[in-house]
Design a binder for this molecule. Sequence first.
Ligand code: AMP
Length: 363
Amino acid sequence: MNVGVLGGGQLGRMLALAGVPLGLSFRFLEPERPTPVDGVGKVVHARYDDVDAVQRFASGLDVVTCEFENVPDSTAQLLEGLLPVHPSAAALSMAQDRLVEKQVFESLAIPTPVYHSVESREGLEDAIGRVGVPAVLKTRRLGYDGRGQVVIDSPTGVDAAWGALYGSPLLLERFIDFSRELSIIGARGQDGEITFYPLVENEHRGGILYRTHAPALVSAELQALAERYLGGLLEKMEYVGVLALELFQRGDELLANEMAPRVHNSGHWTQDGARTSQFENHLRAVCGFSLGSCDPYGYAGMLNLIGQVPPTERVLGIPGARLHLYGKRPRPGRKLGHVNAVGKDPDDVVATLERVERLLTAG
Ligand code: AMP
């Protein structure tokens, strides 16, 4: 089958690396060059709103999916008129706007931080009155890795937050004093079959995912609760593919932060730590195959390589460290690769990742 992918970043690269052994071929639509997908498929370099290029991209494909969700609605709809698109244009649209996303959470009784939309400077005062402080002001669209958001923890911070973000639709939400950040990833096939990976625990630094620990050490009740929330979303959206849900844990409670309609950084551990990786399961779903087992082999961890990459031979010299590089030029704050580690004991997994971290701090 010929699979088209909207976006050509590292997620696209890892989709192709998982799909080639299944006999799939890949074509990407990506505005920038060079890209991490150079060498793993054909690339149509064009803007997502270039109608001619989108049609050229679609010609001869069997199915289209995305590794980047912020494609214009009009592009996803245009493609839907030409061939199967999974997840659907409607699902992508719901996940693009934080306000719509929160409304979807509420419609399914999935708890989420108290929020209010903000359309003006006066509206921000009103929202602060309703939400309280500390709070986080976020752009409704295009925020990622902590970009497009500012914490307001005092009345004097209001002007600074407004000054940093005004100009696009905003949302104010309550700052949550969470105990842990967790996420859950699930897949839904074309026949409605649903499968879930275990909850994982995520450590962020500067708003960017730094490490993931899988499975998270949580009760069976918390896993069941997360599956109920994600299962509800998968069914409501008649979703096909992998969907990730980021959660804040506060005691026995899970609050939904946001969902990602694609493979997710907190699922990279599945490449080495689960019977079927998230990349393979996404492709199985969008191509209409049966889903693979999400069972973990044991414990796994993932360390993101952000801004710098240690010498390959040093990483490969650490027993159990599995290196995944994206072929990107180093730049501060840029995700350049990750290292997975797998083991029977969570402490051994962390020890392996810490050996890699020491290579980074050693420079
Ligand atoms: P996001 O772009 O919404 O995924 O946010 C990036 C990171 O900012 C999250 O992973 C959290 O660490 C932090 N964050 C976002 N929203 C909140 C919130 N309402 N309360 C506390 N921390 C938050």
